[in-house]
Design a protein around this ligand. Structure first.
Ligand SMILES: Cc1cc2nc3c(=O)[nH]c(=O)nc-3n(C[C@H](O)[C@H](O)[C@H](O)COP(=O)(O)O)c2cc1C
Length: 402
């Protein structure tokens, strides 16, 4: 099998007795690791287009052709699935059209990591899609790049705007389509270094600033439009409360979180950036009661309220008991479009109750044994079958005598 796949070195009896080892006295060779991307002499971030080696021919094409080439690369990425990384640039946020969003939603669902960069693009342009705003003067603002990288496939469309006026679709770009792994890796690194690390949301909560509640959610919760003076108050209130507050959007695939307050970040043990875009089920543990989860699922499917206490697990592996209350939010037509979750850590309470139950069982067992040994000593009235006389109670003179 290994030979059929091209193996030329083998070890084991199947290949016969071992041959002589390495010639004695031979000088050991040196291990050559792949070269690290040379830093830009000015210490600036390299743009993907600048990663193209001089020998690669650069051609000219209108935007209309780049769209088709980009879609072709996106289709490749969809086929590669989980192992694939996609990073694309959009010049400006307005170029992320509804059609593009639909394509990227599919990518986010099927591909391991997807990033979109462009002027004014937020940290998370849609659930699961990592975004990055490009700084003024960043050469990537003038580029159209699509980079697809996976263990056995690499491709990059690297293009630079030639600055044409006139119809948008006719705007010309200098471009190259390359499958050279080294170039693709360098282009991917150039883009991802602008995306990661995602400190934006983390910094905002650590600095005591308030993470934004999505505009649509503000109007659903308050009946007011985003930017209304009440909005800032709502943000502050949600940031200040000690219980977790989450909002899930039912209109998005797999009902992802679209808002979490700082208390929920603490409960889940992860920053908002790592929570948003995911369904809350990732908090569950193999020991979480499937019946409780099933009741939640049924309530959400019916658009009903529900309250469950269930075991959840933090990123660091520690578990906590979550009293989770789910309340549906309807739009103007009465359709349930979102859910608000309130999460309270009731671990102390659950553990105290469990300890009490264990203790009660232990006392019952002892009481039963004592009763077996000395029939004059009763078990507590609540546990014992109806008995005549005061000896049925542990408080009875009989018990004290014993
Ligand atoms: C607003 C909201 C908040 C939720 N919060 C939690 C949570 O904190 N912990 C949890 O285990 N499940 C939570 N869930 C439930 C899961 O997201 C999911 O609905 C549940 O696991 C049942 O669906 P499933 O069978 O597809 O997993 C929440 C659901 C909603 C709608």
């Amino acid at each position: 099998m290994a030979r059929a796949l091209g193996a030329t070195l083998g070890q084991g009896w199947l290949f016969g007795r071992p041959g002589p080892g390495a010639a004695s006295g031979a000088r050991p060779g040196t291990l050559r690791l792949p070269a690290v991307q040379p830093a830009d002499p000015r210490g600036e971030l390299v743009s993907p287009f600048a990663c193209l080696p001089a020998r690669v021919p650069v051609r000219e094409a209108p935007k209309a052709l780049l769209i088709e080439l980009s879609k072709q690369l996106e289709r490749q990425a969809l086929r590669l699935g989980e192992t694939c990384v996609v990073a694309s640039t959009f010049q400006e946020a307005r170029h992320v059209t509804p059609a593009t969003r639909l394509r990227y939603r599919d990518l986010v669902e099927r591909v391991g990591f997807v990033a979109a960069l462009g002027e004014d693009l937020p940290v998370e342009p849609m659930p699961g899609l990592r975004g990055a705003d490009l700084a003024a003067g960043d050469p990537v603002r003038g580029e159209w790049d699509v980079v697809v990288l996976s263990p056995h496939f690499s491709a990059a469309l690297l293009a630079r705007d030639l600055g044409d006026d006139g119809p948008d679709m006719a705007r010309r770009f200098a471009f190259a389509l390359t499958y050279e792994r080294d170039t693709v890796v360098r282009a991917a690194r150039a883009l991802l270094s602008r995306v990661a690390p995602n400190t934006l949301r983390r910094a905002s909560t650590e600095d005591g600033e308030v993470p934004a509640v999505p505009a649509g959610v503000v109007s659903l919760l308050t009946g007011r439009s985003a930017g209304d003076p009440g909005e800032a108050l709502l943000h502050r209130a949600l940031a200040a409360v000690g219980t977790g507050v989450t909002i899930v959007d039912l209109r998005l695939p797999d009902q992802p979180l679209v808002y979490v307050n700082p208390a929920f970040e603490r409960l889940a043990g992860q920053p908002a950036a790592e929570l948003l875009g995911r369904n809350c089920r990732f908090l569950q543990d193999p020991d979480t009661d499937p019946a409780a989860v099933g009741r939640m699922r049924a309530a959400i499917a019916a658009g009903a309220e529900c309250r469950e206490v269930l075991l959840n697990r933090r990123a660091d592996g520690s578990t906590w008991w979550n009293e989770c209350t789910l309340t549906p939010v309807t739009d103007e037509t009465g359709a349930v479009v979102q859910y608000i979750g309130i999460q309270t850590d009731v671990t102390d309470q659950v553990e105290t109750e469990r300890a009490l139950l264990t203790e009660r069982d232990r006392v019952r067992r002892y009481a039963a044994r004592i009763a077996e040994l000395d029939p004059r000593v009763g078990v507590p009235l609540s546990l014992a079958p109806p008995a005549d006389g005061p000896q049925a109670s542990t408080d009875s003179p009989g018990a004290r005598r014993a």
